[in-house]
Design a protein around this ligand. Structure first.
Ligand code: SAM
Length: 395
């Protein structure tokens, strides 16, 4: 990873870990007249955590607020394209300075923190976690908290991950129809941490009535989760034992979620979402074996051999190709698609989230996508993508 990319990841981790105090950008060499510095600090706007950018010009200041993902993209662009040659990240643990050097490129330096305390707003935000309180029965029964609602030390990461996940989804969930009970399916629900959190958030924090089903093939997890749902009186949350491939929703589907479902199970889930007309499809893919095996076969004869001869690059190609084509197929079916970083690299490398929001199908775009799919497969020497075949799009 390049130094500036590492710095960006560091910013993301500090936000996620509640260490972020502020960021300043300086030594501006870009083209915008009179721009001097940019200062970035956290703000709460209508209970949503945002990053506020103050653009300091010679004679005036302009302030803009961004959601975290947009803010990270902004910072990336400001450093990589817009001519800021110095950035200082202030966290409670350290100050990190990222500076451009003509001869050596981006350089990083760490110093003692200017302040080891968060300002009051960041404190508020910590309390303002999406799952309003830690004193909830399901959190204790899932062994995330003790009986007094204190998050166990070894569950801190999971707790942050759950809140971050809800944070990412919240603006999209708020857009869903409010005039009827929502139907949500979480495929490959596992121990149900995120399924419970989503149910709780929709019904109790957003006050959007929703029924949620977790699909999971491990019997023991299904029983455990059903017991916890029942003891928490989550009457519209249930877990069913079975495979994603075989599961068919019994009612209209609004939201399809599949987080870290293995390999092609993610494709099965996307397929279910598309065929059941889900308004929102959210997947965080796991491994990418189906495409990887095909790249492996052709790697010696392909023009990309200088990269794919290395296992790690082959892996990354497989990941981007698999997920890029998934996003393309969602677009084919009229989903407006975004690819986000789910959790910072420091926590797990499986950190991509694909989000599709259903819009209208566009026939011209469909033709273009089919052509792109064909050309991409030929270029990479791929025979087929599992989702493409499920959807009957392969030629
Ligand atoms: C890595 S866990 C992720 C659990 C949860 N979604 C999360 O992100 O915390 C994947 C889960 O999906 C289940 N799973 C994988 N493939 C499946 C399939 N085809 N049908 C049903 N469950 C599946 C596994 O048993 C496992 O519990």
């Amino acid at each position: 990873m390049s130094t500036d990319q590492y710095f960006i990841t560091h910013i993301q981790s500090s936000i996620q870990d509640d260490d972020f105090i502020k960021l300043s950008l300086g030594d501006y060499k870009g083209v915008e007249p009179d721009l001097k510095n940019i200062y970035v600090k956290p703000v709460l706007i209508k209970r949503a955590f945002k990053l506020s950018f103050t653009y300091r010009y010679k004679t005036r200041d302009i302030t803009k607020n961004f959601m975290v993902e947009e803010a990270i993209e902004q910072i990336q662009t400001l450093l990589q394209e817009n001519g800021f040659r110095m950035a200082t990240l202030f966290t409670t643990k350290e100050n990190t300075i990222c500076q451009w050097n003509k001869k050596r490129g981006w350089m990083l330096k760490s110093e003692q923190p200017t302040s080891a305390k968060l300002d009051s707003l960041s404190h508020d935000y910590q309390k303002e976690r999406k799952i309003g309180s830690t004193s909830k029965k399901y959190l204790a029964e899932l062994r995330l908290t003790d009986s007094d609602g204190k998050v166990f030390k070894n569950a801190q990461d999971k707790w942050r991950q759950i809140n971050h996940y809800i944070e990412l989804l919240s603006s999209m969930l708020k857009e869903l129809p409010a005039d009827k009970e929502l139907s949500v399916v979480d495929m490959g629900a596992g121990k149900g941490y995120l399924t419970f959190a989503l149910y709780d958030y929709l019904n109790n924090e957003l006050n959007k009535p929703a029924s949620v089903v977790g699909v999971e093939y491990r019997d023991d997890l299904v029983s455990l989760c059903n017991n916890i749902a029942s003891s928490s009186s989550f009457n519209k949350l249930s877990f069913v034992q079975g495979t994603i491939e075989d599961y068919n929703p019994t009612q209209e589907l609004n939201v399809l979620i599949a987080l870290h479902a293995c390999d092609t199970a993610t494709d099965d889930a996307i397929f279910k979402g598309i065929t059941n007309g889900a308004d929102l499809i959210v997947v965080a893919p796991c491994c990418h074996k189906q495409v990887r095996r095909q790249l492996e076969k052709v790697k010696a004869t392909n023009d990309l051999d200088f990269m794919t001869q290395y296992g790690i690059f082959l892996e990354r190609h497989a990941e981007m190709l698999t997920d890029g084509i998934r996003a393309l197929i969602l677009e084919y079916y009229g989903y407006q698609t975004k690819v986000l970083q789910f959790i910072a690299d420091a926590h797990t490398p499986k950190n991509v989230m694909i989000v599709g929001v259903k819009k209208a199908i566009n026939l011209k775009k469909q033709h273009e996508i089919l052509a792109k799919l064909l050309a991409t497969k030929a270029y990479f020497g791929m025979e087929y993508h599992y989702l493409e075949r499920l959807c009957g799009l392969s030629s």
